[in-house]
Design a protein around this ligand. Sequence first.
Ligand code: NAD
Length: 492
Amino acid sequence: MFIGGKMRIAVIGSGYVGLVSAACFAEIGHKVISVDNDADKIAHLERGEVPIHEQHLPELIKRHHRKRLHFSTVIADAVRASEAIFITVGTPPSETGEADLSFVEAVASQIASAIDGRKVIIEKSTVPVRTCESLRKTLLLNGAPPDSFFVASNPEFLREGTAVLDFLYPDRIVAGVDDAFSSSLLQKIYAPLTSGSYYCGKNAVAGPDGCALKARLILTNAKSAELIKHASNAFLAMKISFINAVANISEAVGADVTEVCAGVGSDQRVGPRFLNPGIGYGGSCFPKDVRAFHTVATQCGCDFSLLTEVMKINEEQRRRFLQKVRSAVWTLRGKKLAVLGLAFKGGTDDVRESPAIAIIEALTKEGARIIAYDPVAMAKAKGQLAASQVTFASDPYEAATDCDALLILTEWKEFAELDLPRIRGLLKFPIIVDGRNLYEPNRVADAGLVYYSIGRAVAVPLAISSAVRVHPESPLDLVAAMAIRRQAVTAA
Ligand code: NAD
């Protein structure tokens, strides 16, 4: 069956996870059909147009398309042609907080009616624990012969923005299997990564580690694998909310959260990653997965109110940022604000549950006008934002022109490398409110800008603070100081 180690794989759902998985499975030598019921998306892919922004993805699709990688809208054909079928459709939140598994169910029923030999159906979408059981039942109910299939869980840990590298150079691969056949199949699929043979190939996508690397495969049962994914995301979200709460205390007492993070994160038991305070987590995974995991816990009779606090702090973080903007510019009605960053994080065009979008909506509700810029997410953001109050600029400098303040909402590298004196010259008032702590405060103040960030004191240029006695939390003091400074400059 496993001739030459090359496997025939169907990946159902060609979104961020499905498309990256399909391209990467082809890259490590397998024959892959990537299926989606969005005919438009498949037509774009057939023409060589990649519908998402993801580093390395266009080159992989170009390399393998029509050789080891094919696209289709027909699940039945893909199922018949494959021995492993990965489900990578969305599992969005329902109104109750539970994961909506209707896409998974719909796909399972179509797989069931097409099964024509022994198949392993593998859930890669993020799903609540016990979904493997429901998947098995659905396949049986829809006519799949009981001895024709196995069900396994192989949760995905890739991060948008670095998805290809995350897939090919994973911290770990989790295979949740309840039978030997699925275990052997999943081990063979990932063998090029776990044996390290892929990393030594001359065309391998260059990764962070050298040729000696062997990816780690963790074999568990299906339920444990399902729990690993939810618990991992909930833990990461908790780390973010934790450091955001610490940032707020830092601000209140006059400590510097960057120094606090460096001190806390250098303890190996804690580690420095995910200790970046900001405007809260967002995206298509953390918010929905924390909610879904909390619901799972409640349904199991377990009190996991820690997760309620994680969600509460995350919400509060956005409100605190809005308060910071108000404190910088006073009232919002009629103010023109430049916003840098629309995606939920840097490196992606994904605006699903983006804190930047939520903050823009709140600002416009209070009457502010927004001039926004994002290197790749503007097309997707346009669909979500009311055109009347948000316009889009072609670069950060155009966005800043004549604005009352500049807000940084996504941690794109180019936003950390702005020409600050130029920005100061373009803004109506020299104010930056940074929700991502991209700058060392004194550097911004030295460039003549008042700089608000998260968990650190407001940095005020010497020329302004010496003009009047400034209380940095008072916008009136700052505005007055800036006006005096401006008069002084004009008079000189
Ligand atoms: P997505 O919305 O980008 O993609 C889902 C795709 O499935 C869409 O293209 C949609 O058209 C397709 N689809 C829906 N119903 C279908 C059907 N019946 N037949 C064929 N195709 C169908 O979602 P995503 O971000 O790729 O996430 C997919 C899953 O992976 C989710 O469970 C998510 O939680 C999980 N996950 C996402 C990430 C991430 O960073 N995006 C990371 C790890 C895990």
